[in-house]
Write a protein that binds this ligand. Structure first.
Ligand code: ZN
Length: 241
């Protein structure tokens, strides 16, 4: 595909296929956007409304300005466009993902907040807020989510789903996947009893241990060739505290 943000449109389509394969996107529910770089930093590639995400193509990814004006693509952008654009304007993010992922949505139907029960959740900014319910695609929903995302890489939307963002599309995807995993962990643990939340002191100890050990980085073992995957390093090289 040629034209403005052609590469980004293809990346958004690939991201949707991946998230559908991972079970986070079902049917047409969910949307992904990525912001252009350099001279295209005022443009955003975003999934079209109504696209079947498991086999979406770059043609079904639209390009809009940060003000929401349509630039390219044959289809109207997602109904959650205001939410996506707000993430870029307010947090300077590089990408955003909205899902109706099963475990995230289940947790968002019950909890007021997902507590930190595993230290990997620190990558999401600690406990994940559950944003009060507003109808999809509304200004009220976008505003409430943006308020809740302050200092967070992800949020749960009450009785609706999840939102994640990050500096890159890869990071936003990983945050959505991590939140879905954490919600699944919470749901599984809840069958056994009330999950213990990590205290602030315990969370701080994890951060200090990660800093001290350079935890999450692959390192050569003594006398061997460098190999192995750090437990807390994601595929994009960001440390997982
Ligand atoms: Zn939704």
């Amino acid at each position: 595909m040629n034209g403005v943000l052609a590469a980004e449109r293809a990346q958004v389509a690939s991201a949707c296929v991946r998230l559908a394969a991972a079970g986070l996107f079902i049917g047409t529910a969910g949307n992904v956007s990525v912001r252009g770089a350099g001279e295209h930093a005022e443009l955003v590639a975003v999934t079209a409304t109504g696209a079947v995400l498991a086999d979406i193509t770059a043609d079904e990814v639209s390009v809009v300005t940060l003000d929401g004006a349509h630039v390219a693509g044959d289809f109207a952008a997602t109904s959650e466009l205001e939410l996506h654009l707000g993430v870029y304007r307010r947090f300077g993010s590089g990408a955003a993902v909205h899902t109706h992922a099963p475990k995230s949505t289940a947790a968002a139907c019950v909890l007021d907040e997902l507590p930190v029960i595993h230290y990997q959740q620190l990558l999401l900014g600690g406990a994940t807020p559950v944003i009060e319910f507003h109808a999809f695609g509304t200004h009220d929903l976008a505003e409430a989510v943006l308020r809740g995302l302050a200092g967070k890489q992800a949020a749960l939307l009450a009785n609706h789903g999840s939102v994640a963002h990050g500096p890159t599309l890869g990071a936003a995807i990983e945050h959505a996947l991590l939140l879905e995993w954490a919600c699944g962990l919470y749901l599984d643990a809840s069958r056994l009893g009330t999950p213990r939340a990590l205290t602030e002191q315990q969370q701080l100890a994890v951060v200090q241990a990660a800093l001290k050990r350079g935890y999450g980085r692959t390192k050569p073992s003594a006398g061997s060739q460098p190999k192995g995957i750090g437990l807390l390093r994601d595929r994009h090289g960001r440390a997982r505290a």
